[in-house]
Write a protein that binds this ligand. Sequence first.
Ligand SMILES: Cc1cc2nc3c(=O)[nH]c(=O)nc-3n(C[C@H](O)[C@H](O)[C@H](O)COP(=O)(O)OP(=O)(O)OC[C@H]3O[C@@H](n4cnc5c(N)ncnc54)[C@H](O)[C@@H]3O)c2cc1C
Length: 420
Amino acid sequence: MTQSNSETYYDVIIVGSGTCGATLAKELTKQNKKILILEKGATVPLKETLPGIAPLLNEIKVTNKLKDMRAITTGGTTAFYFAVAAEPPLETFSSLGIDLAPAYEETVNELPINYLPDDHFGPQSLKLRDSALDLGHTWEKQPMLVDLDKCNRGYSYEAKWKAKRFVEEALDNGAILKEKVEVTTIIFEGKKAVGVTYKEKKKSNIHKVFGEKIILAAGILASPKILQKSGINNIGSNGFYIDPNRVYFGLIPKLKSVDNFVGAMETKLEEDIFLGDANVPKLFYKLLMISTLKFRHFFSFSKSIGIGVKVHDPMSGSVSKEGDYRKTITDEVLAKLDRGGEEAIKILKNAGAKHIVKSPVNVTSTGGLLQINEHVDSDFQTEYKNLYVCDRSILPDTFRKPPTLTLVCMAKYLANRLCN
Ligand SMILES: Cc1cc2nc3c(=O)[nH]c(=O)nc-3n(C[C@H](O)[C@H](O)[C@H](O)COP(=O)(O)OP(=O)(O)OC[C@H]3O[C@@H](n4cnc5c(N)ncnc54)[C@H](O)[C@@H]3O)c2cc1C
């Protein structure tokens, strides 16, 4: 057996310390498992400032022109997510042979999940809601992964739940974290995974580490690539989606906009077209306006009001042998974005907004690259024994809502399966 007597042999090697990796590490150390977390990023103090966020931001091309975004740091993308919490699709999982309900019940008791009271929204969000309701739309609040006690009746970055906290708990319970290392491939012995190879940052030497079980939790922009590079070649065989979006911003004099929880209210316009509150905190607003050269808007945050349009695109595209994602957005999908945009502009104008500008098309989220019961079984194990995938890559493609809450449940479910 490979290195089974060595001190550097682990019960479980977890690749990536984001939502899923952090939850797995926390749960498995509670069961006294010897855990190694391999993380590409570093542990940094999390702050919502330009010097705090910019170094973590990383983009990967998913079409010819569009890139999806992630955070490379201990705790993963929750470092700068919006903290919208959609309920997990329990029935979908059940139809796949997975009972996620016990994990969901546990998660609800553990994480702060709340609807924001009105006095926690900025005036721009309330104005947008009034206008949407006035035009006959439903404009519904979404639950948020936000601790209201930390909010002081308004936006607070610190109040958002972050996976980094679970990593800290795992480390307290004995997990070992190796940071600034990039896992490149899986090491197999026949049809069994026995370890991984990794590189240290800015060094080219390849290292190997061995463990009983390997869990890929490096996120959808990395785990499928690692599998592809390891010689598993049906990755992305059903295509993938990116759910394109666009945001519109206008200006209303004396609105007094403030930092705000974005995404906390939304409506469905028609099949596959959604409108939502896009009133981001000031830092993100400024980054958006400077990147699109909207200087008048850049200097007018206190008058700004924003709405987003998101559409579902069909599963299509592929992953190349090198692990590059390839997809084309069809005219039909772009036409849906335009239809949503027309309604978004009506809502902004009805609110009294002028000088309305729109962003380029962005990616809301890449998904659907791996399927449960095809690429992994109902224990999230691949065709290779002891090799598991547990991150956004395996989320069912019919569930296109904010995934964090579901990902925490999936990680708890897997940890439980591994311990029984
Ligand atoms: C701007 C933005 C806003 C969002 N808002 C919301 C929201 O409101 N609600 C919601 O539910 N979701 C939201 N999301 C999505 C959500 O944050 C992610 O889907 C979720 O964090 C994914 O979890 P994960 O465990 O799959 O991956 P991640 O959290 O991305 O974690 C992957 C980890 O693996 C590490 N890693 C990557 N490659 C390697 C490698 N080769 N070797 C070792 N480590 C590696 C990364 O550094 C990272 O720590 C948002 C995302 C973005 C970009």
